[in-house]
Design a protein around this ligand. Sequence first.
Ligand code: TYC
Length: 93
Amino acid sequence: MITRTKPQTKKPSLYRVLLLNDDYTPMEFVIHVLERFFQKDHDSATRVMLHVHNHGVGECGIYTYEVAETKVTQVMDFARQHQHPLQCVMEKN
Ligand code: TYC
């Protein structure tokens, strides 16, 4: 009889954190969010922001569940504090 053993280490599931476009949040605010919470430099933050602006949705980063959830909460709280309708969501990779 042949027994296969599963690898002993399990890789954690990964989640994509996405920003959604809207008509009201200022472009500079979105760039600031990407720099502050996703450690992007100004050029790559600008690229992601423009991608979201032009395509409706864009990826900020890929994280384990807890980190992704924290990022979403931080972005949503920050946007609410500044009264912008910016939406940030996560999806299983
Ligand atoms: N569409 C917004 C504007 O024209 C900019 C924007 C970009 C808003 C990305 C949200 O996730 C977003 N001011």
